[in-house]
Write a protein that binds this ligand. Structure first.
Ligand code: CA
Length: 219
């Protein structure tokens, strides 16, 4: 059984490697999200242990990217905090299970074994808010069951908002996540895209929270 560990804390990564190797697993270690994605694409693993807070590309993005490429390798997320949001987010992006740091190696091993027993499960995580359904893997959006044509950017923005359904999302957060950190253009581009989404998936889907940002779906 071959396991990929993606973890930037060197000591934790190395103790995971030692522990897993002692249990008879073959282990590769990547120290940032970009490297982790590369390993996961180049090799075939029985499972991936994926930290969330990682340099280059965070664990959510690594997970989401792999799932969008139809890579269903079981993923166990290592979440840093005990917040519900973190864990829900991990599962929303297509992870199979999570353990919260700090965890005991025995707990991790038990979770990992249970994932390995289950094997590969193809489960594209469709998101739904009201009449709108979004399929991250197929990159499709449906309104009342009918497919809606969105550009890649419109899709990315709707996906971001729907993953945070019920929460208020600021313009800055949208820019960071949908336009990447280096965005230096006019922040009002967000309003332009909100208007386009309203036109395509219904006026009521994206609510403007004056002075705060936007919200999809009620609290
Ligand atoms: Ca980390």
């Amino acid at each position: 059984m071959r396991i990929l560990v993606v973890e930037d804390e060197r000591r934790l990564a190395s103790s995971l490697r030692t522990g897993l190797e002692a249990e008879g697993f073959a282990v590769d270690v990547a120290y940032d999200g970009g490297e982790g994605l590369w390993y996961a694409r180049e090799n075939s693993y029985d499972a991936i242990l994926l930290d969330i807070m990682l340099p280059v590309l965070n664990g959510y993005k690594v997970c989401e990217t792999l799932r969008s490429e139809q890579n269903w390798t079981p993923i166990l997320m290592l979440t840093a905090k005990d917040g519900d949001w973190d864990q829900v987010e991990a599962l929303d992006t297509g992870a199979d299970d999570y353990v919260t740091k700090p965890f005991s190696f025995q707990v991790l091993l038990a979770r990992l074994r249970s994932l390995l027993r289950r094997g590969v499960v193809e489960r594209p995580t469709r998101l739904r808010v009201g009449e709108v359904e979004l399929d991250p893997a197929a990159k499709q959006v449906f309104l009342d069951g009918d497919e809606v044509g969105l550009t890649a950017r419109e899709f990315a923005m709707l996906h971001f908002l729907m993953r945070r359904a019920g929460a208020v999302v600021t313009k800055a957060e949208i820019l960071e996540n949908v336009w990447d950190y280096g965005f230096e253009g006019d922040p009002n581009i967000v309003e332009v895209y909100v208007a386009r989404l309203r036109r395509k998936v219904g006026r009521d889907l994206v609510e403007t929270m004056r002075g705060l940002g936007y919200r999809v779906g009620a609290e």
